[in-house]
Design a protein around this ligand. Sequence first.
Ligand code: FE2
Length: 445
Amino acid sequence: MASTRIMSALPIGQNSPQKPPHGLYAEKLSGTAFTAPRHENKQSWLYRILPSCAHPPFQEDKGGPFNSDKPYDASKLQYIPNQLRWDPFDHDEQTDFVSGLRLVAGAGDPTLKQGIGMYIYAAGKSMDERTAFYSADGDLLIVTQDGVLDIRTDLGWLLVRPMEICVIPRGIRYQVHLPSGPVRGYALELYQGHFTLPELGPIGSNGLANARDFQAPVACFSEDSGATAAEGPNTYTITAKFNNTLFKTQQSHTPFDVVAWHGNYYPYKYDLGRFNTIGSVSFDHPDPSIFTVLTAQSDHAGTAVADFVIFPPRWMVAEDTFRPPWYHRNTMSEFMGLIDGVYDAKKGGKGGFMPGGASLHNVMSGHGPDADSYEGARNAELKPVHFGKGSCAFMFESCLMVGVTEWGLNTCQKVQNAYVDHSWGSVKVHWKKPEGASADGHLLK
Ligand SMILES: [Fe+2]
């Protein structure tokens, strides 16, 4: 991938000429170790007016939402086996995207480059035009739920609307604008590796999310370099998220001065409406892994640190089968959100699974359709139906046991205390012992 605002700004045939075109600086952005295998290797070359290193030292932002009492320390996460569900999270018109990020749950440790963080964001203000943010902790997958994000990155702009997602890789600097007003959504930070498309196996060479539908930004730059690079007024604020702590510095020159770039390490967006949904046309729906948009594998092949899975509108045609998700217990943890509409195994409406809310079914915590949904599906006439027009639920699924933050468990005040009782307190007994069976289950002759 390559993009340049001025045709002659991108060096041809080499990456680091003695004097890059037009007096630009060449800067390499490495998303993997230099020596990572070719199929994993992610690097981009940026041609910019001034290099990123030209700034005074960072200082800890002691008043920031990540910092006041280190609420996101891994040691403060609470690991509990209970099924959890949250009412829709509040909008917050006082915050911008960064100050409106709230860690709900997570696992692992960004210093070891292992694990994930699961966020809710809510914001009412665009970030200041003289600010930029980056995370050294991981790649951020953003799932918009309400409102539009117009994201200016090092490498250009991404407009991300509801039913679209974007991924901002580790280290990319960005600034989030809110062209349609207040926003709310979900985000998943990946401390290890990068998101990739899942293998397709017997599906073949097309299907699910197709590579051609992912969109990268076009290079875009500003020219404000301060009075001089070193001595101009320091009016641009750079905020770094580093081990779940925010640091700030101020510099005299715009961080958005990349005139040209090339490589395979860049932010991107994807329209979930382009997902080619595949399912059963005979009986028994496949595992929900069939809905995986992006995955990040652990060191064990086939086992994901994070899968991003969607449940989009689709035809249901399977015969003589239970069409919604079955009851199950899973070695993986499942954090779900609802972008819009209803989910086929849960009641919507107040006290149910609602857009902007969430649920967490942790490692081996039993879950499945609520009692009413089960009875409805058990008795439904199984004619072909198109399910979920205008709806889309999603899941962040992980092989890791997920801990919940104090904010997620208490401060947000959105946990539905009656979730379990409302969902499964009234599951019916359908069991009828066959005639002739003894009390211990043996058949009597
Ligand atoms: Fe599940």
